[in-house]
Write a protein that binds this ligand. Structure first.
Ligand code: SAH
Length: 206
C-alpha cells in the first residue's frame, strides 16, 4: 500500500503495530459515499454535521504517541466516524469512545459492529470531562481541539498512562502529550495541527 509509505513512513511513523493497524482498517467504510474515492487521500474528510475524520497521518501520529502494546484500556474522545476507535481497537484490549452528537455515535456504533469490532463501546456524552465510570485509562486520545488540557482527563489516567490532545485556539493547535508519573503530570508540546472544537464543560462553550 503506497499511501502507507508516502504518508506515514516518510513522515516518521515507525511503530510497526500502528502501521499494520492502518493497513488493516478499511478507511473507506468510515467516510461518506460521495468521498469514498478520497478515503486514502492525504487529508481530512467531511463526515456530516460539520465534523471531519482526521487525516491518516494525524491518526497514526496520535495513536503512536500512546505507545500501546495490546493490554491497555483506552478512552477515545470524539468518536466521529469511529475510524480512530477502530485503529485503537486493533492495538489495545478495550476501547471506550465517547461522542457528543448522538447521530454520529449511532452511525459509528453500527459501522464498528458490522466490521466485527467487539472490544469497543460507543457512548454519547461530553468527553471533555472523560468517562469516570471506566477510569483509569492507560491511554486517552482526544480528536477535538481544546483551549487547555482538561483536568478531568489528566486525573483519569492510570499511573504511566498517556494523554494526547490538540491544545490551542480554534484555528491552530499543537499536539500535546501528558504522561502521568504517580502524582506528577509531565507535559510536552509537539507538532501543529487543526481540529474541530472540543465542545463541553472542560472544552469550549457551545
Ligand atoms: N475521531 C473521529 C474524528 C473526530 S472529529 C474519527 O475518527 O472519525 C471530532 C469529533 O468530536 C466530532 O464528531 C465532534 O462531534 C466530537 N466532539 C466535540 N466535542 C466533544 C465532546 N465534548 N465530547 C465528545 N465528543 C465531542
Amino acid at each position: 500500500m503506497a499511501w502507507i509509505d508516502d504518508q506515514l513512513v516518510a513522515r516518521g511513523i515507525r511503530d510497526t503495530r500502528v502501521l499494520d493497524a492502518m493497513r488493516r482498517v478499511p478507511r473507506h467504510e468510515f467516510v461518506e459515499h460521495e468521498t469514498q474515492g478520497l478515503a486514502y487521500a492525504d487529508r481530512a474528510l467531511p463526515i456530516g454535521d460539520g465534523q471531519t475524520i482526521s487525516q491518516p497521518y494525524m491518526v497514526a501520529a496520535m495513536t503512536e504517541a500512546l505507545r500501546l502494546h495490546g493490554r491497555e484500556r483506552v478512552l477515545d474522545v470524539g468518536t466521529g466516524s469511529g475510524y480512530q476507535a477502530a485503529i485503537l481497537a486493533e492495538l489495545a484490549r478495550e476501547v471506550v469512545t465517547i461522542e457528543r452528537r448522538p447521530e454520529l455515535a449511532d452511525a459509528a456504533r453500527k459501522r464498528l459492529d458490522s466490521l466485527g469490532y467487539r472490544n469497543v463501546r460507543v457512548l454519547v456524552g461530553d468527553g471533555s470531562v472523560g468517562y469516570v465510570d471506566d477510569a483509569p485509562y492507560d491511554g486517552i486520545l482526544v480528536a477535538a481541539a481544546s483551549p487547555r488540557v482538561p483536568e478531568s482527563l489528566k486525573h483519569q489516567l492510570a499511573d504511566g498512562g498517556r494523554l494526547v490532545i490538540p491544545v490551542g485556539p480554534p484555528d491552530q493547535q499543537r499536539l500535546t502529550i501528558v504522561c502521568r508519573d504517580g502524582d506528577r503530570f509531565v507535559e510536552s508540546v509537539h507538532e501543529g495541527c487543526v481540529f474541530v472544537p472540543l465542545v463541553g464543560a472542560e472544552g469550549w462553550p457551545e
